[in-house]
Design a protein around this ligand. Sequence first.
Ligand code: MN
Length: 717
Amino acid sequence: MDYAATILSKLPGANRRNHGVRRLVETLQSYLPEEQLAEITAAYEFGAEAHAGQKRKTGEAYITHPVAVAQELADMHLDAQAITAAILHDTVEDTEASLDDIAERFGSEVALLVDGVSKLDQIKFRSRAEAQAESFRKMMLAMIEDIRVILVKLADRLHNMQTLGAMPADKKRRIARETLDIYAPIANRLGINRLKVQLEDLGFKHLHPFRYRVLETALKKSQGSQKQIVKKISEEFGTAMADEGIAGEVVGRQKHLYSIYNKMAEKKRLLSDIVDVYGFRIICDDVNSCYQTLGIVHGLYKPMPGRFKDYIAIPRINGYQSLHTTLFGPKGLPLEVQIRTRDMDRLAESGVASHWIYKADEKSDATPQRRTREWLSNLEELHQSGTSEEFLESVKVDLFPDKIYVFTPKGDIMPLPKGATTVDFAYAVHTDVGDRCVSAKINRGLVPLRTELQNSQTVEIITARGAKPNPNWLTFVRTAKARTAIRQHMKNLRSFESVDLGKRLLDRSLKDIGSSLRKVGKVRMAEALTELRLDDNTELFEQVGLGQRLAPLTARFLTGMGNEEDKGNTASLIISGTEGMVISYGKCCYPIPGDDVMGYLTAGRGVVIHRNQCGNLSNFRKQPEKWISVHWEKDIDRDFFCQIQTDTRNKPGVLAEVAATIGDCGSNIEQVEVLGRHEDCSVLSFLLLVKDRVHLAKIMRSVRNMKNVIRVSRDCA
Ligand code: MN
């Protein structure tokens, strides 16, 4: 059945459009089975209808563009899904069609490909710096889960470059620059030479139209005059091979304008040195024939010393395999000859795409990632010798990245580890930005600071003067930079607080023995500091505050009194609940204002307050010098954690009732735990926030009066 005829008969309109489809269908017919062709045909009809009425800048119907993109991929013999996605690649962006429509008609995989291409279209390259271009390429590769997305995108860009003629000059230059900076290097990285070469030449043409024309003219001229010689030598090679019984194809090789331009610019060589070289490519059936052919051409013309390269035995890093040699041709003109097999030729042209080439016998269960890995592992196999692993590593990292790439509001690209949050971003911008950040916007919308970032988002950090890092951030930040900065800040804060506490502790201990800081005086203090090898009294206070130096001993040391006059700690430390991190409250007994409490000095952590009933107080006898007497300030206005236990009857809704009662008493429940469940009763434990003992008593009384509550008690370890 002639599909081309069937499809074309259905389509009204311009011949040119039909022409594009005819060629595409003919190409597809040559390698795809009928049913897949039918699917692609349906996609064409879908796309043509969706784009109906839209025109390209060139004046052609819009559908000619996706058809041309599909043609490029069909020339590489890519699979039906990639071709279908190519035909539909602009429908979601530019027409009424939705992704769901596509998923329904053509399957979720095609829809994923179209979605991937649309997403790549949404990110815009904004700056031209070299490093930025590199990051941008990485970001594009990081965004895609299926390498076919980038194949469609490269083919899309290629056709857009081919039809750039109708654009204003400055826009052309911008697109050309972007093509050279971003797309051609991606094609190169993926080993797709045929796309790379075309993208480069077109980019060069529109970026430097004048230089391009000069080179093009010069090259045409030299090729015109070379034509006869190239033909003659090609025939000579072919005959010699045939004489030896070697099948092969000899072609005169086209020069790639952009590479000539680069050679001239980089190596400062004259145009004539580069273009006056005759290029040949010989494609053989197998590797043996390649080496035999090499012998034949070396027999015909003398090889130039040092120019022979065996890339078959030692492939280039992107998988390229070929024999290269340069010969002294007629009149001493150099002849560059490449010899390789058909397979090597295909791999050299298509790179990673060669793994998406349709194969009739294939059981297609390979995931996109697996195929890409296959290509990479092929490269690795070729490079058992271990040369230039760096390139391979970098490709691998680009294709299977552990990084995401996001934009600053100015358009700079910031690489961050996967899972990084807005706070990591803030610290990556600058430590000051991180320290003072209060909120964040992603793509202009406010988000919580703990929000994980995704590829290509634009992130903006809002800072406030006097804002401080929050220790809670440590629970979600991913980068070492953010973590270190937050810890550093907390350390500074703690050191500030501990100086204050240490001073109070020391003064209190001095008063115990009838002295005070004032009575000790500057002279004695300076003396003592020298003996203790400390820089100043701040350092001393900090050490005391952090519990690294015990206040009573330090007090005796300062006053020159011995240990013998121990009167015990009589004056006690007043705690107000506002000391910050140097005073903390035991999670074993949850002391609250009104409880009888003691403080335990912990080296490096300051004072931990425990209730006198707390089991931990049993250490007191072992280390009495570490325990200090404390008591509460009179009017403390803050909440403290406190734990209560209830025995309740197993009735529906009883937990909610207890919670409501607690809430009514003006307390927040931080945590509920079911400690035990018996036949008709359950033991529940609540972690509450309360003001003091009076407040707690009120809560317990209310709960105890409830119908389904049997018992209420305060936990105490
Ligand atoms: Mn397009």
